[in-house]
Ligand binder design. Sequence first.
Ligand code: TTP
Ligand code: MG
Length: 395
Amino acid sequence: MIETVIFHVDIDAFFAAVEILDDPGLAGKPLIVGGLSKRGVVSTASYEARKYGVHSAMPMTQALRLCPHATVIPGRHARYSEVSAQVMGILREFSSDVHQISIDEAFLDMSGTERLWGRPREAALKLKERVHEETGMTISVGIGPNRLIAKMASDYNKPDGLCKVSESKKELFIDAVGLKKLWGVGKVTQEELKSQKITTTGELRSIPLERLKKLFGNSMGSFLYHVVRGIDPGIFSEAKSRSISTEHTFLEDVGDREVLEETLLSMSHEVMFRSLDERQIARTIGVKIRLSDFSTSTVQTTPAEAILSAEQVYAIAKELLAQKWQPGMKVRLIGVGLYQLYDGTSPLQGELFESEHEKKRKLEAVVLALQKEGHVLVKAANLGKTPPHDENQHS
Ligand code: TTP
Ligand code: MG
């Protein structure tokens, strides 16, 4: 029987790495990418800035108190989508089964590829080298017998990481990672575990499934039972029909509308540019949220008008979010998806009348094309608004 070998690839300090690629003068310095408005949040920080305690989803004001000499750059989502597509293209050369789960990470099923790429470690080294040579990005690769272990392994010795965990070492690996960094176990659950006097993965493993369900509820109980054994609870399972989606798990559960909407904005751009790149138009938009108690809901809509621009995706995604989220609710994961895709670039082609959205889509397509050639124009979110808003300028 062929052994299952899963790679999880995650680009290091992704948005910051792209900014450094486009402006090498920024290398080696603390760099923060994120919103510059008063209520702006950090999208990501270079590892130099992380040393000061700056991290994703932190309010920008706090980040600048921690690291006042950092360079701050507003996001260029279209450019990130473009580099992301380049990296994903290389991953697809290594495996015919690539499942992208966010703008900078993907799972590769590498089972049975030994004759082509060598042993898993060797294959991973080749992959890392190729990605770095061709895109300038540094990636971390986790190798495991399932998606859960691969995902946790890629995080284990980031940046520029390579970590392989075999089936027989799953539980040892989980113990080495520890309860605090167990995948999917956020702050709230950590507190609940502590109040039950569960402080180590070993202790958690000793509790029977039924008891965990009683203590934490059915889905969370079952999740903990499986994760602590290194068994994939199916959290990254494949969507059945063709879709383009992305999701993001926060380091800490988020109850701030600003952070949720900023994340939706970036994800709306990502899915829209992926659909433009793949020449697909979606009929349906969906938003998924998972709350701190692990309850998950999805909400979808199929608008009467065609879905043609990232701004439109964002506007609809915000409305969908409002149907499922009220202030006070803590969000662990948020996702945006485009569904019911059909081939095409413009359903209204040939018609005399162009909708606002179609104009925007054309602009976004132009930006994508220019960026592919290395010309960076303007943040896609600012398309149609000239001049760009002051708060989004470099300071
Ligand atoms: P991550 O892979 O979580 O972070 P990263 O690539 O910046 O750093 P590393 O993997 O080395 O730990 O997220 C990928 C990109 O997604 C990140 O560069 C910026 C964006 N992002 C946000 O916009 N908001 C967030 O809260 C997070 C976590 C990421
Ligand atoms: Mg990353």
